[in-house]
Design a protein around this ligand. Structure first.
Ligand code: ZN
Length: 323
């Protein structure tokens, strides 16, 4: 029997864990709460205890495990599994890979969670094992990951692929990073909702203003729903958001020259309503040789991308497999 691989995706609320086979199929998956107390000191212990219980339940021993691949938020050295900083968790200068390796006796590899998710999505999801991929996650913030020549693009200190902080408008809204007009201030769920609040300043009567008067709130999903029902302001917001993304992808395209662009995260649930507009903007701005070869798709794996990507990362490190 082929060895199984363990994937773990450490998030601010839960740690998702899975046993994955060599074909990338999930044999078992579950999750445990992330215990962030005392700077997250017990998280690795909790993770390994939980894995041990599930291994025993399935009559598996550690010699049947190839290794553990972990995705975690923050700035991480993918070669050593050292976490410089994970603000959401409370870790600073934390030897994640070394600690889990000590406890488990297994090979352990750690990467940034967004990068790991791209590996999963490219292995078993919408990527179809492309060698050059840009993945963009449109959630509360904007995250991303890049696969270049078959491997995660990491950079000198783990910053490569932090695409949410690409400057789109130097005079734009203030970003969480302290600078102005980052992609995240426009294309995240928060950014889209904020654009709607800006439109409400015009005091014009619209479906959007009626919705706001009735509910006292407006979300990114509301913007897409209102656009569908004909609201002009919301149509403009989606157009402007897609235009910023299309321009960004066109510029990135001259650097990475991808065959796949994968759009994921909560905002991507809008599907073709968003994707078609991003495609239009991309084709408008990109060099034809860049856009002609590039397919743009919505990510498919959702929350499973992390554990599947963790397993792929182990295969890549130990078996020298790339896309
Ligand atoms: Zn920023």
């Amino acid at each position: 029997m082929d060895k199984i691989i363990i994937g773990a995706d450490i998030g601010g609320t839960t740690v998702k864990i899975g046993f994955i086979n060599n074909e990338g199929e999930i044999l078992k998956k579950w999750e445990i709460p992330t215990n962030k107390s005392n700077g997250g000191v017990s998280i690795i212990d909790d993770l390994w205890q939980s894995i041990r219980i599930q291994l025993t339940a399935l009559n598996l021993t550690t010699d049947m495990v190839l290794g553990i691949g972990v995705g975690a938020p923050g700035f991480i050295d993918g070669d050593t599994g050292f976490v410089y900083e994970a603000v959401n968790i409370g870790w600073k200068n934390f030897e994640l890979a070394a600690q889990l390796k000590d406890k488990s006796g297994l090979p352990v590899f750690v990467e940034n969670d967004a990068n790991i998710a791209v590996l999963g999505e490219n292995w078993k999801g919408a990527g179809n094992q492309a060698r050059n991929v840009i993945a963009i996650t449109l959630g509360t913030g904007v995250g991303g990951g890049i696969i270049a020549n078959g491997e995660i693009l990491n950079g000198e200190n783990g910053m490569a692929g932090e695409i949410g902080h690409t400057t789109i408008d130097p005079h734009g809204h203030l970003c969480n990073c302290g600078r102005s007009g980052c992609l995240e201030t426009i294309a995240s769920a928060t950014g889209i909702a904020r654009q709607a609040m800006d439109k409400l300043q015009n005091n014009s009567i619209s479906r959007l203003s009626t919705h706001y008067q009735q509910t006292g709130t407006v979300s990114a999903k509301d913007v897409f729903d209102l656009a569908k029902s004909g609201d002009t302001d919301c149509k403009h917001i989606i157009h402007d958001t897609a235009d910023a993304l299309g321009l960004f992808i066109a510029n990135m395209g001259t650097i990475i020259n991808p065959s796949k662009v994968l759009i994921g995260g909560g905002v991507s649930k809008a599907g073709d309503q968003l994707l078609d507009e991003i495609k239009n903007a991309f084709h408008k701005y990109a060099l034809p040789r860049v856009s002609d070869i590039c397919e743009m798709k919505i990510a498919r794996l959702g929350n499973d991308a992390g554990i599947i990507g963790g397993a792929f990362f182990v295969r890549q490190k130990l078996l020298d497999i790339t896309f």
